[in-house]
Design a protein around this ligand. Structure first.
Ligand code: SF4
Length: 509
């Protein structure tokens, strides 16, 4: 449903009487009320105000044709007590961002924070590209996870007559999610077991004191049913990961579990250390309709493979590599739709692990070897040559990019991604960093079900120090909307960190 002219006129009528520069042309601006941009409306002082409905994070705007052009000027009037609580994202002609073409606009505002009242902020979209639309045909959007109420949005192809009242500006607003609002679960982890046949030096497996075990198959299936009933609570990104700690392919019923999840339409991601890729098991997973297979290969030499500390000493590096290649080949032999992500280590910011790939020459050698593998497979199965070139891929320093930016499509449905080695919230040696802010977005986005049913709010919480409930005793709803999680979020929002796990971590590292 689009937000029709009738409601829009009502919204803009107050503005016309108050502001000289308000132009009737604005009447045609539309907010798209759909998807993750559904609208909630409330009256304040007789005027309608808007924000995304609980569980939604965006407001999407369409600009009328006669106002479309470069640059574009936007002004927003809102009821709030501070600035930077929402971010304007727009398609830019300069750069392709990670999330499609959206870039965040610099926000200008008056600077007085504290009291709740009507405020204004402005944006100057110098490189706005009117030819691009995204998300339901929107020309720009507001990322808006906070409590503020939007009263008015005005656009103009001409500069505002005065900017004196807007002396402050901020390049990236980085809005914070409001603790009191409902937010969708973006990352759901279901740990089948915390047992592992590896003990990698860059993993806290050896220092984990949590009781080792696995989840009974009947319990896994029942939890998957419960998750499926709450599907609308899940965000769009990889909803079900079958791990937190541990190696999920150790679970003897991994194939029926994947088949059950996929039958429910949950779309699981199986992230494996890639040491248990028996051909019958791999074929079973593909035939079960596995959505995403993450092969956490990471190594580039037998020495690097030594950092995995294989508990089954019989597995050599050559056998390990051959198993990974065979799993990829099997996908094409079976014509499987499963997406494969091959992870290589990026230890450039983790000096404690010098055996792993940390320099461009090592990265180039490893990349070349996988491109060579890709070319061979293209010939064997009759695929169009991708023409990938290592030099071009590495241009600009691939190890300096973030993980998504480092991703390369090696073959159709097979991508290669440089996984950053991190310190698990400073539990392991890693990059020394200044402490980050107390606020962390993770407890708003992650729901980590450990093998005994405990729910942690963070995937780096390997020892269960951030447990807020148990799913075998309480349902998803009670925990996700519950008091313990709310208290944790409120505390972080207010700048306090009483939990030792978060105090040590202070945000993603
Ligand atoms: S501060 Fe660290 S440990 Fe705490 S929730 Fe955020 S990422 Fe996890």
């Amino acid at each position: 449903m689009t937000w029709g002219a009738h409601r829009l006129r009502g919204w803009l009528s107050g503005m016309r009487s108050r502001r000289k520069e308000a132009d009737l042309r604005h009447r045609a601006l539309r907010i798209l009320d759909r998807g993750d941009g559904r609208i909630e409306e409330r009256k304040f002082g007789g005027d309608s105000h808007y924000r995304p409905l609980n569980g939604c994070a965006y407001l999407y705007f369409q600009v009328p044709l006669e106002l479309l052009g470069t640059p574009l000027y936007v002004e927003i009037e809102y009821l709030g007590d501070a600035h930077g609580r929402f971010a304007l994202q727009y398609p830019s002609s300069l750069k392709t961002g990670l999330e499609g073409d959206y870039l965040e606009a610099r926000q200008h505002w008056s600077g007085n924070a504290g009291e709740l009242h009507l405020r204004r902020c402005r944006y100057f979209l110098e490189d706005f590209d009117p030819s691009k639309t995204q998300n339901y045909g929107a020309h720009f959007r507001l990322y808006h996870p906070s409590d503020d109420w939007i009263r008015d949005v005005r656009v103009s192809p001409e500069p505002w007559p005065e900017m004196d009242g807007f002396p402050f500006s901020l390049e990236r607003a980085e809005p914070r999610k409001s603790p009191g609002r409902f937010h969708k679960i973006q990352w759901l982890f279901l740990e089948l077991t915390n047992l592992c046949n590896f003990s990698c030096t860059f993993c806290p497996d050896e220092i984990m004191t949590r009781r080792r075990g696995w989840m009974k198959t009947a319990d896994v299936l029942a939890l998957l049913d419960q998750i499926a009933e709450h599907r609308e609570w899940l965000g769009p990104v990889h909803p079900i990961k079958l791990h937190q700690m541990g190696e999920p392919m150790i679970h003897r019923d991994i194939v029926p579990i994947v088949a059950h999840a996929e039958r429910l339409g949950l779309g699981v991601e199986l992230n494996t250390n890639a040491s248990l890729l028996k051909s019958s098991l791999v074929e079973g997973l593909y035939k079960a309709g596995l959505n995403s297979f993450v092969l956490s290969y990471l190594n580039h030499t037998p020495q690097a493979f030594g950092t995995r500390k294989v508990k089954n000493k019989k597995l050599t590096f050559q056998e390990y590599r051959a198993g990974v290649e065979a799993a990829i080949e099997t996908k094409f032999r079976l014509g499987s739709e499963t997406r494969i992500q091959l992870h290589l280590a990026n230890a450039s910011a983790a000096a404690a692990f010098p055996q792993l790939i940390s320099g461009e020459s090592e990265a180039r050698a490893e990349l070349e070897s996988w491109l060579e593998f890709g070319r061979r497979l293209e010939q064997e199965v009759g695929l169009e040559p991708s023409g990938l070139d290592a030099r071009r891929i590495l241009e600009g320093g691939i190890l300096d990019r973030d993980e998504l930016g480092s991703c390369v499509e090696l073959l159709p449905g097979v991508s290669l991604l440089w996984k950053r080695i991190h310190s698990w919230g400073h539990a392991l040696p890693g990059e020394a960093k200044e402490p980050g802010p107390a606020y962390c977005v993770v407890p708003y986005e992650q729901f980590v079900i450990q093998h005994n049913g405990d729910i942690s709010v963070c995937c780096t919480d390997f020892d269960g120090g951030l447990v807020v409930g148990n799913l075998f005793e309480e349902g998803i709803e009670k925990i996700w909307r519950g008091k313990r999680l709310l208290e944790l979020r409120r505390e972080m929002f207010a700048g306090r960190l009483s939990n030792p796990v978060c105090r040590k971590c202070r945000g993603w590292d």
